[in-house]
Ligand binder design. Structure first.
Ligand code: GLU
Length: 297
C-alpha cells in the first residue's frame, strides 16, 4: 500500500506554497487508495510555536485535505534520533560559522558551500583542547548517489565532491532535519515523499542515510516552487499568501480550484473540491518549471 506524508514545519502560518505541496501529496495518496500521514516537524524548538501547530491542522481540515494518522511530534523523538545517530560514522566539528565560511569551497553550480573537512581527522588531543561545544558531522564517501525523482527525473550527486560531510546533530543538541526525516519516514512506513523542490538537493544525503542505517528508501516527488511574476521566490513573509489571509478571501473550493489550475490539473481556475480532483490526478501532468502566481490576487 502507498503510504504518503505531509510534513509541514510549524514556524509560521501555512503558506500558498505549503498548500500546493499538501494538495499534491494528498491527491497522489488518495488516487492510489493509500494512507496519508501528517507529521508536524517541530524539530527546531526556537522556531516552532503551538499556535502554528494548531493552525496547521485546522487549515488542512478547512481545505478537505484529510489525513489518516498523525505521526508523533519530532520534539518527542530525540531518543530514536540518538539511536540512529550512534550507528553513523560521525565526528565532532568545532568550526565557527566564520571558519566554515572561510574554509569551504563554493559548490560549482549553486553557490552552496562544501565542508572542507577541517575537523575530520583531528586527533584525540586536538579535540580535547577545543573549548566549543561541537556539532556532529557524518563522514560521507566519495560515491555518487543516483535516484529518479517522480517529477524531476534522474538525479545524481557525489556526496564527497558536491556536498561534503554534513551535520546530523547541531551544537545545541538538536538532531538535524536530514537525520530526523529519515528516521521518521522509515518508522512511519512511508513509501512516497512529496515535498517542495527546494529540498531536491537534500535527497541524496537522505538516501545515503537510509542505506547506511539499513532502511528502505521511499520514492520521491519534488514539486515545483511557486514564484512571483517578477521571478522571485514567494517569501514566507508575504502575508497576503498565508492561510489566515487566504481564508478570509476565498472559500476552500475557490482556493483548491486555483491551485489545481496552477498545477495543470484543470483547464481553468473554477472552484473544485480536492475530492473531485482525485480521479483525474496524474504525476505526468505536473511540470518542472516554477509556477508563476498570477491567479491568486
Ligand atoms: N518540514 C519541511 C518543510 O516544511 C518539509 C520536509 C519534508 O517534506 O521532507 O519545508
Amino acid at each position: 500500500m502507498t503510504v504518503g506524508r505531509f510534513a509541514p514545519s510549524p514556524s509560521g502560518r501555512m503558506h500558498l506554497g505549503n498548500l500546493f505541496t499538501a494538495l499534491l501529496a494528498w491527491l497522489s495518496v488518495r488516487s492510489q487508495n493509500g494512507k496519508l500521514l501528517l507529521r508536524i516537524e517541530d524539530l527546531d524548538p526556537d522556531r516552532s510555536k503551538q499556535e502554528f501547530i494548531d493552525a496547521l491542522r485546522d487549515d488542512l481540515m478547512w481545505l478537505g485535505l484529510t489525513w489518516d494518522e498523525e505521526m508523533p511530534l519530532q520534539s518527542t523523538r530525540s531518543e530514536r534520533y540518538a539511536e540512529a545517530f550512534a550507528r553513523l560514522p560521525t565526528y565532532p566539528c568545532y568550526c565557527t560559522r566564520n571558519e566554515l565560511h572561510d574554509a569551504s569551497a563554493p559548490h560549482a553550480s549553486d553557490g552552496r558551500t562544501i565542508y572542507a573537512g577541517t575537523c575530520r581527522d583531528l586527533t584525540d588531543e586536538e579535540r580535547k583542547a577545543k573549548t566549543r561545544t561541537p556539532a556532529w558531522r557524518v563522514r560521507v564517501p566519495d560515491q555518487e548517489i543516483m535516484f529518479t525523482d517522480g517529477v524531476f527525473g534522474e538525479q545524481r550527486e557525489n556526496l564527497a565532491k558536491e556536498c561534503g560531510d554534513f551535520i546530523v546533530r547541531r551544537s545545541d543538541g538538536v538532531y538535524a532535519y536530514q537525520l530526523a526525516v529519515v528516521c521518521d519516514d522509515a518508522d512511519g512506513g512511508v513509501t512516497e515523499v512529496v515535498r517542495g523542490c527546494d529540498l531536491l538537493d537534500s535527497t541524496p544525503r537522505q538516501i545515503w542515510l537510509y542505506r547506511t542505517l539499513g532502511l528502505p528508501v521511499p520514492k520521491f516527488y519534488h514539486v515545483p516552487l511557486l514564484i512571483a511574476p517578477d521571478g522571485k521566490r514567494l517569501s514566507k513573509r508575504e502575508k497576503s499568501l498565508d492561510l489566515a489571509h487566504l481564508r478570509r478571501k476565498y472559500r476552500p473550493e475557490e482556493l483548491v480550484g486555483r491551485l489545481a489550475y496552477l498545477a495543470r490539473l484543470t483547464e481553468d481556475a473554477s472552484p473544485v473540491s480536492a475530492a473531485e480532483l482525485v480521479d483525474g490526478f496524474s504525476w505526468e501532468r505536473i511540470g518542472r518549471t516554477p509556477v508563476v502566481i498570477r491567479v491568486i490576487e
